[in-house]
Write a new protein. Structure first.
Length: 187
């Protein structure tokens, strides 16, 4: 790296570029990184731009986002950037540049993970039989269907009796009563 500060002119000089002058330190840094593949933080030069970006990406002392080629003040700022501006997998926190990339990753790498995109498409679960539904309307239709409502001969006026499909010991006249009783159980 061949650069220095000229006290008389109050400018930074790049000798590699025949004395190009930079009034701001940040301008010199940008010039050296873009044109000469220098890491100003480590004071090291690299043979190519990809080698420099690989150095930034694989060195924890650099808060560098490989998806958008941007430096950040620290690792926590980089983490916030990745979580807010890119697409993290909720199962393994791998970061993706596009929503489609995250979706394909979830479909292939986490097909049975409850946090994967594939399962988030069926986000409503029946409390009784654990069947998954894509909408609240579909779940409510399932809950009011004969699947969990049984009319008995002893029920008053043909009322529906809700029975637990797992134990068959619990019976309630209303769905609300049944749900309240289910919440008190510990399995």
């Amino acid at each position: 790296m061949s650069w220095w500060f000229n006290d008389s002119w109050q400018v930074w000089i790049c000798d590699t570029c025949n004395g190009w002058e930079f009034e701001e330190w940040d301008s010199l840094v940008e010039h050296l990184e873009c044109n000469h593949n220098n890491c100003m933080h480590c004071r090291r030069g690299f043979v190519s731009g990809p080698a420099l970006r690989s150095h930034w990406a694989n060195n924890s002392s650099h808060a560098f986002c490989v998806l958008c080629n941007t430096h950040f003040a620290g690792q926590s700022t980089l983490y916030d950037h990745k979580m807010n501006d890119h697409f993290p997998c909720e199962g393994c926190y791998q970061i993706f540049a596009t929503e489609l990339g995250r979706y394909e990753h979830g479909r292939q790498a986490h097909p049975f993970c409850t946090l994967s995109e594939a399962n988030l498409r069926a986000a409503y679960e029946c409390f009784f039989c654990h069947k998954l539904f894509q909408s609240l309307l579909a779940l409510n239709q399932h809950l009011t269907s004969p699947r969990h409502a049984y009319a008995t001969e002893t029920g008053r006026d043909g009322e529906k009796i809700y029975k637990c499909p797992n134990t068959f010991r619990m019976v309630q006249n209303t769905l609300d009563g049944f749900m309240g009783q289910m919440r008190t159980l510990t399995y």
